[in-house]
Design a protein around this ligand. Sequence first.
Ligand SMILES: Nc1ncnc2c1ncn2[C@@H]1O[C@H](COP(=O)(O)OP(=O)(O)OP(=O)(O)O)[C@@H](O)[C@H]1O
Ligand SMILES: [Mg+2]
Length: 369
Amino acid sequence: MSQPDPSFIRLQGISKHFGDFVAVDNVDLDIGRGELFSILGGSGCGKTTLLRMLAGFETPTAGRIEIDGVDVTTVPPYERPVNMMFQSYAVFPHMSVEKNIAYGLRKERAPAAQIAKRVDEMLELVQLADFRRRKPVQLSGGQQQRVALARALIKRPKVLLLDEPLAALDKKLREHTQFELMNIQDELGITFVVVTHDQEEAMTLSSRIAVMHKGRFLQVGKPKEIYEYPCNRFVADFIGTINTFEGTVTAVDDDGIAIESTDAGTSITALGQHDVAVGKPACIAVRPEKVFIGRDEPSDSSDIRMRGVVDDLAYLGNLSLYRVRLASGKIILVSQQNRQRSAERYVEWEDEIWVSWRPRSSIVLVEDR
Ligand SMILES: Nc1ncnc2c1ncn2[C@@H]1O[C@H](COP(=O)(O)OP(=O)(O)OP(=O)(O)O)[C@@H](O)[C@H]1O
Ligand SMILES: [Mg+2]
């Protein structure tokens, strides 16, 4: 078993400039051995550039990269204990599945018996043993993806870098392959660094996520931390759906803060210590699933509560989504699990209702750094 090692991959002050353009801006990051780490961000934010620096295809303009205690900043790609699966995964179209998978070891002139054994292992791992003699064109997108994965894994790299590995797959297949990827990673204990612009994928796959924007990391944390405690508006908005309320801070103490929100037409509180001052603007946000909706006034007076009218609703089977128009005109999104089948009358279109949430569900958002 490999030892836990929280800084197995270490990036210190990594930047990449293309002329005047800063693609990656002073990034620090530690990734643990055996982690499945995701870099999440919109198009052009610098994800591929960062990955290419880890792989050695791009030299950083500044900073240092260590892998397993070795400074690899200027080490060429083929001497790094790293393999990269590219954004447009290339399998050789003229080669069979098994030849594609064997490619890396053949190039190294490994003994034939060893190659055959490893290819068998890989075919087993990615569940393509029955397809070994097929050409890529005779495979589905997901199967081709798995060939590319097996090809990248056969040399047993310490680190596998995957650039949008599932982007070419349809939704169902992508979900299925996500779980396969997690199983494979778990089985082999290889450290995976996955680039994606799909937040659901990052949430499902990852031990931790870095949210990247304009070449910088805005937040690094476990999926739950990033979802429940986004550090700023961009992260909050990028990960999932959120309701935001602008206002002016009216109270700050050790337990929490209060803002008077014109958006909401009422006062909104949040728990915890926050870097805000009375009289200054602030923003409080809440996730749709943390908001309750009902006909009766909420009984707990500490709850944040507002009156509204149901503007729109969608029944999705396991849950219902509501768009509620507040007296101020602002729309708030609410999602609610459908627990009962036919209890009291459901909340319907045009119903006058209450929405409420607990102060501990409030998220205080600061401006983007
Ligand atoms: N060789 C290069 N020369 C100049 N600019 C480049 C070069 N490579 C990348 N860039 C720029 O750097 C920025 C980051 O590119 P990168 O490929 O890392 O983005 P990305 O986050 O992977 O985006 P996507 O999700 O679209 O793949 C982009 O604005 C891109 O145009
Ligand atoms: Mg990219």
